[in-house]
Design a protein around this ligand. Structure first.
Ligand code: GTP
Length: 299
């Protein structure tokens, strides 16, 4: 069936910031070390990505060399900035050419404001793995302060994330950004809560099957590790990829110890589900049956 919603997403930022690396890991099954072989992006690389069946992401990875950025802001302006729903602007947090970084960012925001007034903007301060851990928070706060200054006369509100391809921050940011584009997300949230309750789960999480981005979760108790879903995305996606390399396909994974049962299983055509229970006597066969029965509610 044809997807009902199409969303234009601009991925912009200066050359070497890490745009194509992120795109390749999330949408094209690269592992982080493979991104070292990526060449510079010449002009714009377009990809059409079907997400959850109903959503088509039209992702414009805009090569970031100055010559290309100048052209987007001038000759290609109307083509690039019209009908945009989402701008993801990537800064290399280690960049030494900070003034020029902010110059281009401000100009991109101006063009977007003129051509796509309703677009949402996210800024990623990327490659944070290269900042020593004890300095990370201060460096990110300083960048956020500069961001506010750069946007003083702008009507746009901007959300930011500190990201790295080497850990779960990448999944956290992309899950959040892409979830904002999913039509009728609240319906999925409601169905997942009901499923969690009916199956007496303590936590249930829905992942998009190809990217392993987190789409929705239902949680009964608060949990100290707020990054646990993205860690699971990162780990399970890598496991799936290693299965594929060995000519086998991921179907389901079950973990049990004396305290919990966790099952991760392919769910609908477009999703995977994680079910967690701390109930000592819960039977995995019963959970799996319930997962099968619940599918139709999510298709
Ligand atoms: P253009 O195509 O020229 O616009 O560049 P780009 O923004 O697409 O950069 P690209 O993704 O090609 O990445 C440039 C380099 O940065 C690659 O060698 C990546 O391996 C590296 N890189 C990307 N993300 C990270 C990160 O989070 N941490 C570190 N340390 N390196 C990264």
């Amino acid at each position: 069936s044809r997807p009902r919603s199409r969303r234009k997403v601009l991925l912009m930022g200066r050359s070497g910031a890490g745009k194509t690396s992120m795109r390749s890991i999330i949408f094209a099954n690269y592992v982080p070390r493979e991104t070292r072989r990526l060449g510079v992006t010449m002009d714009v690389e377009h990809s059409q990505i079907r997400f959850l069946g109903d959503l088509m992401l039209s992702l414009w990875d805009c090569g970031g060399q100055d010559v290309f950025l100048d052209s987007y802001l001038d000759a290609q302006r109307e083509n690039i900035f019209s009908e945009v729903q989402l701008l993801i602007y990537v800064f290399d947090i280690m960049s030494t050419d900070v003034e020029r970084d902010w110059y281009y960012f401000s100009r991109v925001v101006d063009c977007l404001r003129n051509s796509s007034a309703g677009a949402k903007i996210y800024c990623l301060f990327h490659k944070v793995d290269l900042v020593p851990e004890h300095q990370r928070q201060a460096v990110v706060e300083e960048r956020k302060r500069r961001l506010k200054e750069a946007l003083t006369d702008s009507l746009f509100s901007v959300e930011c994330f500190a990201t790295s391809i080497w850990d779960e921050t990448l999944y956290k940011a992309w899950s959040f950004m892409i979830c904002g584009l999913i039509p009728q997300l609240s319906k999925l949230d409601g169905a997942l809560s009901k499923f969690c309750e009916t199956c007496e789960g303590d936590e249930v999480v829905l992942f998009e099957r190809a990217t392993f981005l987190v789409i929705s979760h239902a949680t009964l108790h608060s949990h100290s590790d707020v990054h646990r879903f993205e860690k699971i995305s990162n780990i399970v996606k890598r496991f799936k990829l290693s299965c594929n390399k060995n000519q086998s396909h991921f179907h389901s994974l079950e973990l049990r110890n004396s305290q919990f049962l966790a099952i991760i299983e392919n769910f609908t055509c477009y999703t995977c589900v994680l079910y967690v229970s701390y109930h000592p006597h819960v039977q995995s066969t019963a959970v799996k049956l319930n997962i099968q029965c619940a599918k139709t509610l999510f298709e």
